[in-house]
Design a protein around this ligand. Structure first.
Ligand code: XBP
Ligand code: MG
Length: 255
């Protein structure tokens, strides 16, 4: 078969794309960690939405401190202190995932299963930690699902987080594929910028915090990936003809 113009890999973002993890996942885990560290910080729903412009938990904590508690920046071991606060947050996030309270978004499991059947490579490109990716996959698709992904690029594996293209470059490099044979699925403007800067055709499924962001350059903007029983709502760009995103649609998008 001629594989030249064929889809070869799908690169998934995690937070907001595989599952709506921010408001009732990461945010709660940050707040629980603050409590454990005896900090009187509380990240409410709206404030967290503003803080999300900074990707990466450690970077987000530092940004919050600069804006709201600058005096605390003077401690000598600041980087280590932020890292240990973030480590505690990760533990809380992992235990939250174990409760199974955050499901995958519509169409995610269906599409992953279909792509596996079609022997399309699966990869992850995320700013969150490997621990969190593992915890989410385990609680939603089962322990063995981690091995379904040919490459998982997560967290501090690259120096610059999204919107920089580094994580997508790293994943493409590990896959040994060129961007035009792949598709990225993202939910945020920062994620889209990162994928586009790595030349990846990108499909957006908007999430709780990202609905009103600028998705210029995306090949399609959809409410979600859709299910046969629950078609998605197209917002901009290409429209899946049967109401849900499947292998056939993704393959046609890269031509
Ligand atoms: C989203 C992020 C992450 C999470 C928190 O990542 O920016 O920082 O909000 O996770 P993506 P950490 O959409 O790329 O998956 O605290 O582990 O960074
Ligand atoms: Mg995201």
């Amino acid at each position: 078969m001629n594989t030249k113009n064929k889809l070869q890999a799908v690169l998934f973002d995690v937070d907001g794309t595989l599952a709506d993890t921010e408001q009732d996942g990461h945010r709660l885990a940050f707040n629980a960690a603050f409590k454990q560290f005896n900090l009187d910080w509380h990240w409410g729903i709206d404030l967290y939405g503003e803080l999300l412009q900074v990707t990466g938990g450690k970077e987000r904590i530092r940004y919050y401190m600069e804006k709201h508690v600058p005096a605390m920046l003077n401690q000598s071991n600041l980087t280590e202190w932020i890292a240990s606060l973030h480590k505690t947050k990760t533990k809380y996030f992992e235990s939250l995932m174990e409760t199974g309270s955050i499901p995958l978004r519509p169409g995610v499991a269906r599409l992953i299963h279909e792509l596996r059947q079609e022997k399309i490579k699966l990869a992850i490109a995320t700013t969150t930690t490997m621990e969190n990716v593992t915890a989410l996959l385990k609680s939603t698709l089962g322990e063995e699902s981690i091995d379904w992904f040919d490459v998982i690029g997560a967290g501090d594996i690259v120096p610059m987080k999204k919107p920089a293209p580094d994580i997508y470059h790293w994943v493409l490099n590990q896959l040994n594929l060129t961007a035009q044979h792949c598709i990225a699925i993202e939910d945020s403007e920062n994620g889209l910028k990162s994928a586009l800067a790595a030349n990846l055709p990108t499909l957006i499924t908007v999430s709780g915090y990202t609905r009103s962001q600028d998705f210029s350059g995306a090949i399609a903007v959809l409410s979600d990936l859709g299910e046969p029983s629950q078609p998605c709502t197209p917002i901009k760009g290409e429209i899946p003809d049967n109401g849900w995103v499947d292998y056939r649609m993704l393959n046609s998008l890269i031509h």
